[in-house]
Design a protein around this ligand. Structure first.
Ligand code: GUN
Length: 291
C-alpha cells in the first residue's frame, strides 16, 4: 500500500487566501488592519529565514507587518522595553518573539512580558490555560496546523487513538489538548517511553514531534494510520555532492508511506501550515481586541 501524501503547502495556500479575504473585510467593514510585530534577536540563519517568511506572508495577506531585528548582545531590559512598547501600540495586534533567544535572555521573562491579548504564539500561561479549558483565544500555531490537516484528511477524529511522540511546550502538550477537544484518545509518548514501537503501532493518528531525524520507523506504523510529521531536521546528503544536506522529518518517510493511509512530507507538510496559522491567530487577536 502507498499512502496519500498530504499536501500542506497547497492547504496553507488556500488558508492564506481565506485569511486575505477576512483581512479585506476587517478593513472595509470595521476599519481594522490587523498588524503583526515579529521580533528577532541575533543572526541565527534558520531563524532569519523563518522571520523573513513570516513578515513576507503577513504583508501578502494585507496585514501590517512590523519587523524588529535586535543584535545578539541586546540587553534583556531593552527587549522587555520593546515588548512593552508593542503591547501599548494600537496598530499591533500580534507580537511574536522568535525563539530561541540568546542564553543571556530569560525566555520565560520574555514570554510573560507579552500581553496575552497579543500573544499569537499562545505561549503565555494565560493563553495556555484558555486552550486547556476551551476558552476563545489564540491556539498554538503548529498544533493548529496539524489539526486542520487531520480534519481535512479524516473528517471527524472522534474516538480515534492518537499517539503524540514528543512532549514540548511548543507542540506536544498543546497538540494533546487539541486532540482531546476533538474527542481522540490521546497518548503522550517521549524519549523515555518503554516499547515505543508498540505504543506507536496502536495509533490511528501518529504525531511525530520529537526532533530526531527519522527516528520513527515504517514498521512501527499501523496499516492505514495517518502520520503527521512535525520534525524538520537537516542531515548530510553526500549523494547530492560533498558537503550537501537535505531536510528530513522525525519519521522514516519511504518505509512509513508503505504502511500509512496518509502521511505529511518534509518539507511541504506541516511547515507551511505554521505560518498560515500564525496569520489566523493574528485575525483572532485583532478581532478579540476590537470586540
Ligand atoms: N521558533 C521555532 N518555532 C517557533 C514558533 O512557532 N514561535 C516562535 N516564537 N519561535 C519559534
Amino acid at each position: 500500500m502507498s499512502a496519500t501524501v498530504i499536501d500542506g503547502k497547497r492547504f496553507a495556500e488556500g488558508l492564506r487566501g481565506r485569511i486575505a479575504d477576512h483581512v479585506s473585510r476587517l478593513k472595509s467593514d470595521h476599519g481594522i488592519t490587523p498588524g503583526l510585530a515579529v521580533v528577532i534577536v541575533g543572526h541565527d540563519p534558520a531563524s532569519q529565514v523563518y522571520v523573513t517568511n513570516k513578515a513576507k506572508q503577513t504583508a501578502e495577506v494585507g496585514m501590517a507587518s512590523f519587523k524588529h531585528e535586535l543584535s545578539a548582545e541586546v540587553p534583556e531590559g531593552d527587549l522587555l522595553e520593546l515588548i512593552a512598547r508593542l503591547n501599548g501600540d494600537d496598530t499591533v495586534h500580534g507580537i511574536l518573539v522568535q525563539m530561541p533567544v540568546p542564553d543571556h535572555i530569560d525566555a520565560n521573562k520574555v514570554i510573560n512580558a507579552i500581553a496575552p491579548s497579543k500573544d499569537v504564539d499562545c505561549f503565555t500561561p494565560a493563553n495556555v490555560g484558555k486552550l486547556v479549558i476551551g476558552l476563545p483565544g489564540p491556539v498554538s500555531c503548529t498544533p493548529l496546523g496539524c489539526l486542520m490537516l487531520l480534519r481535512d484528511q479524516l473528517g471527524s477524529l472522534s474516538g480515534l487513538n492518537a499517539v503524540i511522540v514528543g512532549r514540548s511546550n511548543l507542540v506536544g502538550k498543546p497538540m494533546a489538548q487539541l486532540l482531546l477537544r476533538d474527542n481522540c484518545t490521546v497518548t503522550m509518548a517521549h524519549s523515555r517511553t518503554r516499547d515505543l514501537s508498540e505504543v506507536v503501532h496502536a495509533a490511528d493518528i501518529v504525531i511525530a514531534a520529537v526532533g530526531r531525524p527519522q527516528m520513527i520507523k515504517g514498521d512501527w506504523i499501523r496499516p492505514g494510520a495517518t502520520v503527521i510529521d512535525v520534525g524538520i531536521n537537516r542531515i548530510p546528503a553526500p549523494e547530492r555532492g560533498e558537503g550537501k544536506t537535505r531536510l528530513v522529518g522525525d519519521v522514516e518517510f519511504a518505509s512509513a508511506s508503505q504502511a500509512a493511509g496518509a502521511i505529511t512530507p518534509v518539507p511541504g507538510g506541516v511547515g507551511p501550515m505554521t505560518i498560515a496559522c500564525l496569520l489566523a491567530n493574528t485575525i483572532t487577536t485583532a478581532s478579540l481586541i476590537n470586540g
